[in-house]
Every structure is written in structure tokens, then in C-alpha cells.
Design a protein around this ligand. Structure first.
Ligand code: EPU
Length: 357
């Protein structure tokens, strides 16, 4: 496999005749912010060869595309690109198992939480800290989902995708994905140019718990559990998330709306002196990650709203659609929050979701 770039796999089957193009599709149920936008045309991909067929189609191939998984990291501020490609590739299986690691593979359209639950139930722990994250398996590597001390990058063996310019399959090993904090090659040079069809996960054996995240440790010390197993961590993460984060099925949201900014140690020290309550975490490279939620809360935004866009009352990093909000209203609120944090702390917050428009 080529290092540093995706390596080509053998050609896939010829273009399938099964592609069905739907027109004028309402996307409200396909994005967790529940924004009402319309796809001029929508095609569903149920197998890798459907993606190849789209790439090779004379009309669909060249059309600008929005690739949609669970729509949980997306803010639509207008109708999206001419073609929406909805990824619905199913399947979960064990690829290999050795004394050192088990490698699992899942289709990009599998719901992330279902995959985590299945892997643990099958006796392959290692993803439990990432329980209950909304979205699909295919979206997980795009923004390198992370929570409670674990990033998915630490468990990825490779990502299999279809190159949308050629219809060829391409495999990216973990290095080629160039993962960073909520970042990967799929958000940058490969954005819109490939469609992830399958993800392979390497779960090291023997399993070791990932503990040390404040919320998790508090949970287990209260429960009197010094050595929780994977199932107990899975349940703890679910309980913590349910207590803090709104369920997109009840109130539209895309999880954290801002990334936690990473600053130099000197900046962190200056801010720490000016704001003694500042919450931050040292990074391996000597820099510090600031808790954006703390800064937003200290600007007085927690629980407030601007029209139909609000800041969640239990977590200041989560913007919510209070009902019928347009994407532009969410952006207006985000820009107000961003301006206040910049004025008070001199730190510019970056959006986490992909904004269309
Ligand atoms: N805090 C506040 N006010 C709040 C919420 C949090 O001051 O309303 C402070 C607290 O001091 C808390 C700290 O911020 O200890 C960190 O909060 P939390 O543990 O909830 O994590 P986070 O940094 O806000 C990140 C991820 C989440 C992930 C959690 C848990 C980002 C942008 N977000 O949030 O990911 O679930 O850690 O690991 O890195 C997502 O990306 O959509 C997401 C939900």
C-alpha cells in the first residue's frame, strides 16, 4: 500500500443499472439539525459498486455532490449541491483475529452506535468510549470522532473508498488518513472527491480500559468500580451523554458546534491568569486545548437563544434548533457567540460541523 496517499484497489464491477434518482427530496429527516432543505436529486448508495456507477455515469459523475451519511455533522443553510448521495452501505463482520488484535469491518451506512454495541456484544471491545455518538460508520473517520479519552483514529486500520473521479476503489491506511483533532484527509484534499464505502477497525488485544477522562472517572468512583469492563464503560458513556447532550430525535442539533481551540502554552498561561476558572487540557505537543464550552458559558450564553436557535441548557457547546429554525438562524447565533468569545478571550472558535452554503 502507498504511504501518504490512498492506494488503488482492483476495478469494481461495471456500472450497475440499479441507480434510482429521486427528485425534490426533503432532507429534514436526513440531518440531525432537522433543517428543512431540498435535494434537487438524490441517489442512494447501497453497495460500493453503486458509488462506482455514479462516478462513471455521464450525468451524475460530473455533478457537484453532497455525500450524506447520518447528517449529524452538517448544517444546511441553503439547498445543497445538485446531487445528494446518501450512503446506505450495510454489513458488519470480523475480518481477522490474532492474539494481538481483532480487525472488524463495517459498511459506511451502518449507524455508528449500532456498530459499537455489536462489536462489544460479539466479544470485541475497544470502541466503548465512543458509544452513542450520532451518525454513521462512514462519517466516523471524516471528522475523527472522539470522546471520553479516545479518538477513532486510534482504532482505524484502514478506510476503503471509491474515487469519484474514476470509480476506482482506494484504500487509505491510518497514516494516509492524516488524522488530527476532528480532522482528516477526507475533510481536506479528498473532500467531495471520494465516497467512503467501508471502514476497518483494529482493536488491540488484550483489551485495556481507556480511563482518565474526568466525567468517566467521577462516574466510576461514585459507583465504586475500580476496574470497569468494556460493557460497563459503554453503559457509563451512554449515561453521561444522555445526561448532558440533547437527543437529536428530540431537539435538532449536531453535537458540539465548535471545536475546542488549541493554543500555545504562553497563551494558556496568560488566559489562566486573567480567568482563574479557565478549563484546559495539556496536549502531547506542549500546547493546550481550551474548553470552548467553559468560555461560552462564561460569556453568559448557556441556555440562551436568538429566535429559533438556542444554546443547550446543559451543554454550552451544543447549538440547538428550537423548532423550525433555518440554517441561517443557527449561523447568526454561532456568529454572536464567536464574537463574544473573541472579544473576551481573544480566541477565535472554529465550527465543527460542515456548513453547506
Ligand atoms: N463545560 C462548561 N460548561 C458546559 C459544558 C462543559 O464549563 O456547559 C466545561 C467543564 O469544565 C467540562 C469541560 O468544559 O469539564 C469539558 O466538557 P465535556 O467533558 O462535556 O467535553 P467538551 O470538551 O465540551 C468534547 C467533545 C465532545 C465529546 C466530549 C467528551 C469537542 C468539540 N467536543 O466536548 O464531542 O463528547 O468532549 O469527550 O471536542 C462532538 O464532537 O460533537 C462531541 C459531542
Amino acid at each position: 500500500m502507498n504511504k501518504g496517499s490512498g492506494s488503488r484497489l482492483p476495478s469494481q464491477a461495471p456500472a450497475g443499472e440499479r441507480l434510482v434518482v429521486e427528485e425534490g427530496v426533503c432532507l429534514q429527516d436526513m440531518n440531525t439539525f432537522a433543517i428543512a432543505a431540498t435535494a434537487a436529486r438524490l441517489v442512494r448508495v447501497r453497495e460500493a459498486r453503486d458509488a462506482a456507477a455514479i462516478a462513471r455515469d455521464p450525468v451524475l459523475g460530473p455533478a457537484p455532490k453532497l455525500i450524506l451519511g447520518g447528517g449529524s455533522n452538517l448544517l444546511l443553510t441553503r439547498d445543497p449541491a445538485p446531487l445528494v448521495v446518501k450512503v446506505e452501505i450495510a454489513g458488519m463482520r470480523v475480518l481477522t483475529s490474532t492474539p494481538k488484535a481483532t480487525v472488524l469491518e463495517a459498511g459506511a451506512g451502518v449507524r455508528w452506535h449500532e456498530f459499537v454495541r455489536w462489536s462489544i456484544a460479539q466479544g470485541h471491545p475497544g470502541l466503548e468510549n465512543l458509544a452513542l455518538i450520532p451518525g454513521t460508520v462512514g462519517a466516523a473517520p471524516v471528522q475523527n470522532i472522539g470522546a471520553y479519552g479516545l479518538e477513532v483514529a486510534q482504532r482505524i486500520e484502514s478506510v476503503v473508498a471509491t474515487d469519484l473521479s474514476s470509480g476506482q476503489a482506494v484504500e487509505f491506511d491510518a497514516e494516509a488518513c492524516r488524522f488530527g483533532y476532528r480532522d482528516s484527509v477526507f475533510k481536506r484534499e479528498w473532500a467531495g472527491r471520494c465516497l467512503i464505502t467501508h471502514v476497518r477497525f483494529r482493536l488491540p488485544r488484550p483489551w485495556r480500559a481507556v480511563l482518565g477522562y474526568a466525567d468517566l472517572d467521577r462516574h466510576f468512583s461514585r459507583a465504586g468500580l475500580a476496574h470497569p469492563d468494556a460493557q460497563q464503560i459503554f453503559e457509563a458513556v451512554c449515561a453521561i451523554r444522555k445526561a448532558k447532550l440533547p437527543d437529536p430525535a428530540e431537539v435538532g442539533n449536531a453535537g458540539s458546534f465548535f471545536k475546542n481551540p488549541i493554543v500555545e502554552a504562553a497563551t494558556r498561561d496568560e488566559l489562566g491568569q486573567a480567568f482563574p476558572g479557565l478549563v484546559s487540557y495539556p496536549q502531547d505537543d506542549g500546547r493546550h486545548k481550551l474548553a470552548a464550552a467553559w468560555m461560552i458559558e462564561s460569556c453568559g450564553w448557556k441556555g440562551r437563544n436568538l429566535g429559533r436557535a438556542g444554546i443547550h441548557a446543559r451543554h454550552a457547546l451544543v447549538l440547538v434548533n428550537l423548532g423550525g429554525a433555518a440554517g441561517a438562524e443557527i449561523i447568526a447565533l454561532a456568529e454572536n457567540v464567536r464574537a463574544d468569545v473573541l472579544a473576551k478571550f481573544g480566541v477565535r472558535l472554529e465550527y465543527e460541523p460542515v456548513v453547506v452554503g
